[in-house]
Write a protein that binds this ligand. Structure first.
Ligand code: G16
Ligand code: MG
Length: 216
């Protein structure tokens, strides 16, 4: 029985990847490190510190923990300034309709994002009231593909994972949903995402009916 839907944020609720890219790019340019949208693809769903490690791979030197902390903080300041521009119009297609339909049917919604900025983003999107639980990545020790953040969201919702659907746009996220024992809905194409119970090209194709059908 479908009791709850647990969503990824970036790439599912809204598209913050471009803002992450712009903020990382400005830092990379300052440091003289090559960085482009292809490298940015590797940062999707990956934590801030792991993203920095990927960016610094091409720097040809090693960095102390304190230096890395400073660089990550600089990127985050820029990123937060950029996401300040988000408005409810930046919800991805079909998301408002889906969240409204779930709410009407008494199906809970939870968030399982690696982003420490998720509360600010939900506020900017005016989407906070739709979510009964937002898992805090600060309290999670292992990132996706580990199931921890999805399990944490289900626990906060008080729903067993087998009665949840997880929605993700990244391969590591689909792996995390499967490892959590939830039904996995992928947003994207089959060449990037495998192991989904339902694969949709875009969030516009999501509907409460389609998610309910996974349990029939
Ligand atoms: C998101 C993005 C990642 C980002 C991560 C951490 O994950 O996809 O690119 O590095 O959050 O974000 P922050 O620096 O804001 O803590 P998700 O899980 O929402 O796809
Ligand atoms: Mg994502």
């Amino acid at each position: 029985r479908l009791e709850a839907v647990v969503f990824d944020l970036d790439g599912v609720i809204t598209d913050t990847a471009e803002y992450h890219y712009l903020a990382w790019k400005e830092l990379a340019d300052e440091l003289g490190i090559p960085f482009d949208r292809n490298v940015n693809e590797r940062l999707k769903g990956v934590s801030r510190s792991e993203s920095l490690d990927i960016l610094l791979e091409k720097s040809g030197r090693s960095w102390t923990a304190a230096e890395k902390e400073d660089l990550a903080a600089r990127k985050n300041d820029r990123y937060r300034r950029l996401i300040g521009q988000l408005t409810p119009g930046d919800l991805l297609p079909g998301i408002r309709e889906l969240l409204t339909a779930l709410c009407e049917r008494g199906i809970a919604a939870g968030l399982a994002s690696a982003s420490h900025n998720a509360p600010l983003i939900l506020e900017r999107l005016d989407a906070g009231s739709w979510f009964q639980a937002v898992a805090d990545p600060a309290g999670v020790t292992k990132g996706k593909p580990d199931p921890e953040i999805f399990l944490r969201a289900a626990e906060l919702l008080g729903v067993p994972p087998e009665n949840c659907v997880g929605v993700e746009d990244a391969a590591a996220g689909i792996a995390a949903i499967n490892a959590a024992g939830m039904k996995a809905v992928g947003i994207g194409s089959a060449d990037r995402l495998s192991g989904t119970d339902l694969l949709l090209a875009s969030t516009a194709e999501l509907s409460a009916e389609r998610l309910l059908a996974l349990f029939r």
